[in-house]
Structure formats: C-alpha cells, structure tokens
Design a protein around this ligand. Sequence first.
Ligand SMILES: NC(=O)c1ccc[n+]([C@@H]2O[C@H](COP(=O)([O-])OP(=O)(O)OC[C@H]3O[C@@H](n4cnc5c(N)ncnc54)[C@H](O)[C@@H]3O)[C@@H](O)[C@H]2O)c1
Length: 270
Amino acid sequence: MYDFKEKVALVTGSGKKNGIGFGIAKRLADHGATVIISDVCKDIGAKDYTRIGSEEELKGLAAEIGGRSLVMDVTDMDTIEKGAAFIKSEFGHLDFLVNNAGAAPAPQFLQYMDLAMWHKTIDITLNGTLYVIRQMLPLMTNEGAAIVNTASRAGKRPRPFVGAYCVSKAAIIMLTKVLAHEVSNNGIRANAICPGQIDTDLEQWGWELESKILNKDIDKVIADEKESIPLKRIGTPLEVADLVAFLLSNEARYITGQAINIDGGQLMEI
Ligand SMILES: NC(=O)c1ccc[n+]([C@@H]2O[C@H](COP(=O)([O-])OP(=O)(O)OC[C@H]3O[C@@H](n4cnc5c(N)ncnc54)[C@H](O)[C@@H]3O)[C@@H](O)[C@H]2O)c1
C-alpha cells in the first residue's frame, strides 16, 4: 500500500464505472487519497461518445469511493476554471493530476474524414489535457506533486481509421516530456502511460469498428487481438490503475518524462 492519506487527486473523465478513469480513482482512494471524480454530464450538455449520466449519478459514484465529484468538460475553459476554484476552496491544493479523459468520436479515414471530427478528437484528447494542466499546476505546490497523462499504444504505433486519435496520443507523449522538463524545478514529476487493449466502452467501440470495416465477426476480432498480445489476454482498468498509483507514489520519485507501456507486451521497445 502507498500512503496517500494526505493526498488530493483529480482524475478527469472518471465518471464511467467501467472506464479506466474510475478504476484509477478507486485505486487511489484504496491507497487513502481523497479523489475528485470529474466528467461531463449529459444533463448539462454532454456530446457524443462521452459519459451519459446526470450530475447526481456522478456524485453517487464519487460517494462509492469516499470522494468528491466535479462536472468538468476538458474542452470547456469555463468549467475547468470553476473546477480549479472548487479544488482551491475545498482543499487548498492538489497533489495528483491524472489526465484520463479521451475520445475517438468517429471512424477517421484521413483522406475523407469530416474535419470537424478531426478538431473534436484533438480538442478532447490533446488540447483538453493541456487546458487542465494549465489551470491545475498553480495548485500543485506541495512536495511530491505528480502528473500522469494518458497516452496510448496508438500514440506509438499507427492504427488505421483512427488517425486523429493516434496523432493526439503521440502529441501527449511529447507534451508530457516537455512538461516534465519545465516543472522539474518545482519538484513536480510528469509521466505518460500507454495502455494497449483495455476492456472498456472505448475499446469495445474500436473492436466493433474493426468488425464492420473488415467485415469480420467481432468475436474473431477480439480473439485475434488476444492472440497478438504476448500475455494472451485483454487488460483491465484496475491493472492500468496500479501503474498510475505507482507513478504517482514516492516509489517512483526518480521517474519523470517517461511514456510507459501497459499492454501485455504488445510493444516491446528498446
Ligand atoms: N480502453 C483502452 O484500451 C485504451 C487504450 C489506450 C488508451 N486509452 C485511453 O484511456 C483513457 C480512458 O479511456 P477508456 O477506455 O476508459 O474510455 P471511456 O470511453 O470508457 O472513458 C473516457 C472518459 O472520458 C470522458 N470524456 C470524454 N470527453 C470528455 C470531455 N470533453 N471532458 C471530460 N471528460 C470527457 C468520457 O465521458 C469517459 O468517461 C482515454 O484517454 C483513452 O484514450 C484507452
């Protein structure tokens, strides 16, 4: 167990019970942190491919882990500013920031894709990460403050039909490295994680897309994916959460600016 008793953590896009974000929030709470679950809410104007649920449901989810909830759209500066003000007034500071929100709103064949879709994907997945970092950094003044940004295997290995997503995730890796340099003098560490195939709605959507595009049975798509993974199985949100908890902990005090794969061995880099 890590000792996160005095720590305050914000996890973006953590309002779906079966998503990676909630897995991370739960794990940080297991280690004693006070966790702020944040996400968009349909009843205040969520867009497609985001969480569908009310503010009350978000509160209920936070209560399950003894945390707090915050309605925050990472593409909307106003809600991020209000989020930072909420954290400042309630806790006075922020120890851990996990930028988990992300989306791949539609199939994206680069030559023909609707450019609005390109901008939307990059806005949620890349720009949102920067917007949140900029507002939260002034609150990260305590010793041991750390940031984890969620990139993806797709940021290191191209995947057809999700070009905007791949580009966003590659950019998050570089953003994390530049950030790690810039905040090191303030004692803050920043790392990225690169999950492979993790069992969530987003990955399910990817399998369904592949099944349609390749006219291949979805069970066969999933079976082939498993076969391509050296550990021969799909990962779980809590396995990703364990990596995030480690990267935020004092055990990882000499690790910064890295983009760490968690993918059952699909990418083996030197
Ligand atoms: N599942 C995987 O295999 C996998 C692999 C690599 C990377 N990832 C990344 O992990 C993160 C979590 O993905 P997931 O698989 O749990 O997907 P998910 O769709 O279950 O969760 C994504 C969350 O982000 C939220 N979100 C979307 N737009 C938002 C916005 N504008 N503001 C705030 N929140 C917003 C959604 O509401 C949702 O709760 C994403 O960044 C994703 O790209 C996932």
